[in-house]
Design a protein around this ligand. Structure first.
Ligand SMILES: [Zn+2]
Ligand SMILES: [Zn+2]
Length: 238
């Protein structure tokens, strides 16, 4: 079997939200693991408990700009953000969206829904009634399209989605689906369905400590099982 090397971790957190390390520690950890690119992609401002917003978000961005300069030639430091789905077509995307290198969007709890359709989906998902995976996928996709997201993080987490449908739409929109290495949220069959739709995958550590930056173990096992490496966009054949 061919072997693949993962060269970038686009999904890491720091103490700016509820992680443990600094952006600098994430960058140096990524260099130690032999990565070529690292993004700090903090929780978007809409998350009630972990969201990074206002002056704090500006400080984080300034820090990433200076780290990018300092580490230039050794690793590419990217500015990312993990936005929250807040309703159909709605996220906490900041007005300066284009200043970011990587926009991830995911469904998280502790996010106030911003429209009535969202309220009904939220209520149903919390009560586990009438939870329609196709409608959930439509909601997340409409928010992802509106903010021109690059990646949808941990599909199925907290809210089951129709993966074949989501993959078909993501292929058209140029959005990658994440195999999250903190908790794999996709079955082998679902990963295969994503490949069958021609949609790209990305593996993210979702590290909340520097020790976990570039930890791709669980996701790699899942991709192995699904024989899906050729679809993983942050992996290169050796
Ligand atoms: Zn997340
Ligand atoms: Zn995350």
């Amino acid at each position: 079997m061919d072997s693949y090397k993962l060269f970038a971790d686009y999904h890491t957190h720091t103490f700016y939200s509820h992680g443990k390390g600094s952006p600098r520690e994430n960058v140096t950890a990524a260099i130690e693991r032999g990565l070529e690119a690292i993004a700090v992609s903090e929780h978007g401002p809409g998350h009630m408990s972990f969201g990074v917003r206002g002056k704090k978000l500006e400080r984080l961005n300034d820090e990433l700009i200076s780290l990018r300069k300092e580490f230039s030639g050794r690793i590419e430091v990217l500015r990312g953000l993990e936005l929250n789905v807040m309703g159909f077509g709605k996220s906490d995307c900041p007005p300066n969206r284009d200043d970011y290198d990587i926009i991830i969007i995911g469904y998280h709890k502790s996010v106030p829904p911003v429209n009535s359709v969202a309220w009904s989906v939220w209520r149903e998902s919390l009560l586990h009634i009438k939870n329609d995976p196709h409608r959930n996928a439509e909601g997340i996709l409409s928010a992802a399209e509106a903010c021109r997201a690059n990646i949808i993080s941990h599909p199925n987490l907290y809210l089951k989605v129709d993966i074949p449908y989501m993959a078909k739409c993501c292929r058209q929109l140029g959005i990658l689906l994440e195999v999250n290495s903190s908790r794999v949220t996709l079955s082998t069959e679902e990963i295969r369905a994503i490949c069958d739709a021609g949609c790209g995958l990305v593996i993210g550590s979702d590290a909340h400590t520097p020790q976990r930056v570039g930890d791709f173990m669980l996701a790699s096992e899942a991709v192995d099982k699904a024989n899906a490496w050729e679809f993983v966009r942050n992996a290169r054949r050796l």
